[in-house]
Design a protein around this ligand. Sequence first.
Ligand SMILES: Nc1nc2c(c(=O)[nH]1)N[C@H]1C(S)=C(S)[C@@H](COP(=O)(O)OP(=O)(O)OC[C@H]3O[C@@H](n4cnc5c(N)ncnc54)[C@H](O)[C@@H]3O)O[C@H]1N2
Ligand code: MOO
Length: 430
Amino acid sequence: MKTVDEHISDILESVGVLPARRLPLAAAHGCALATDVRATIALPGFDNSAMDGYAVRAADVEQASPESPVLLPVTGEIAAGAALPDLVAPGTAVRIMTGAPFPPGADTVIQLEWTDGGTETVAVHRAARRGLHIRRAGEDVTPGSLVLPAGSVLGSTQIGLLAAINVARPPVRPRPRVAVLSTGSELVAVGNAVGPGQIVDSNSHAVAAAAREAGCEVRRLTGVPDDPAQFEAALRAILPEVDAVVTTGGVSVGAHDVVKEVLAATGEVRFERIAMQPGQPQGFGVIDGVAVFTLPGNPVSALVSFELFVRPALRRMRGLTGPDRPRPVVTVAERLTSPPAKRSFLRVLVGRGADGGLVAQSAGGQGSHHLSAAAGANALLVVPEDVTVVEPGDQLTAILLAADPADELLAGPVVDAVPAGAVAPLEANV
Ligand SMILES: Nc1nc2c(c(=O)[nH]1)N[C@H]1C(S)=C(S)[C@@H](COP(=O)(O)OP(=O)(O)OC[C@H]3O[C@@H](n4cnc5c(N)ncnc54)[C@H](O)[C@@H]3O)O[C@H]1N2
Ligand code: MOO
């Protein structure tokens, strides 16, 4: 059987970074920069005041103290947005606001609290060194300097910086457009009556959510029947509009496994068995330049396969090169089993033990249909192929799945690793 790592490598070799596009800042949020961005302007753009107060000459207030304040006539006011402030004559003060251009002639700012706040004459209670509270032009960014290198992910601070240097449409790797398609004649759309033998289509919602969490624009295609011709027509129709297609179901050996039937026949998707649990039957191919992932239909299998195979591919398309999920070594709290010659990804809850170390406990049933147990997990415990029994105290790698694991686990307060209430015993891995 093919190994997990071989399958990941094959996929990553077949997908490329999406072509760069200039996008408005809101759309570029969360994307990676496609090229270096250099400043064309300085930040600050001009010398300005960091405080509300008075622009004066330091020499004029050298002797100021609370006991003998220095009195200066106030000759004007400079507000933020003022164009060209007048010269401040020796022995005078000009009121100045935070962000207002710093006037020629003066060399320091006396903050309002060090004065009586006068508007005709001001009494200054404290001396100030030259240059105090003056923000100099270019001290943050100089024209021509590299502001953000290619590959930077645009979070709120980077978006703010781009706006500050007047870049309205940065060149970024766009969000991949992903179509999610689940097949199966037993499926009923959520919210409808569920007849005998039918189940609610949860996979298309779960996988769509996982694709959104991976930073994609998602189209969920519903009502694709278990008919080869209609499935193929729906798939071919969506290909020109997306960068990736993710299907769930219909890839094992059943009589109505339509996804496999259609795509194996065209030879465009390779169907393989991967030495893993859950997620053994997998298909991947590139059709008309679009990455097509055919994931197994069992709900947990679909989500685990997405995490391991689809998410890294989508991140590559997005030009993200940094580490994705944290993968710490954790101490296993209880006895767990794993099938031979397969890498297991057990759904576990990772928390902090009494000694502050990370401890993993089974989140419940480990069957690939046990969606509720998976929903209570925050990590996948990776059990290597040559391990069939994990004993309490064993150390294994866990893939932390929480939206912000750094907050919740790595930087958070020490919490009890064992949640209140009994945890269901581990069940057979089927
Ligand atoms: N004889 C064999 N049978 C199976 C094998 C095998 O090797 N030999 N592999 C098993 C494994 S492992 C998996 S995983 C599944 C994969 O099956 P398919 O991808 O063909 O998926 P389906 O048969 O369509 O469905 C499997 C299961 O998942 C439920 N399902 C499907 N779609 C959805 C959906 N959109 N929302 C919620 N649940 C869904 C479906 O009802 C089935 O219970 O094959 C095993 N069988
Ligand atoms: O391999 Mo299948 O994905 O249910 O367990």
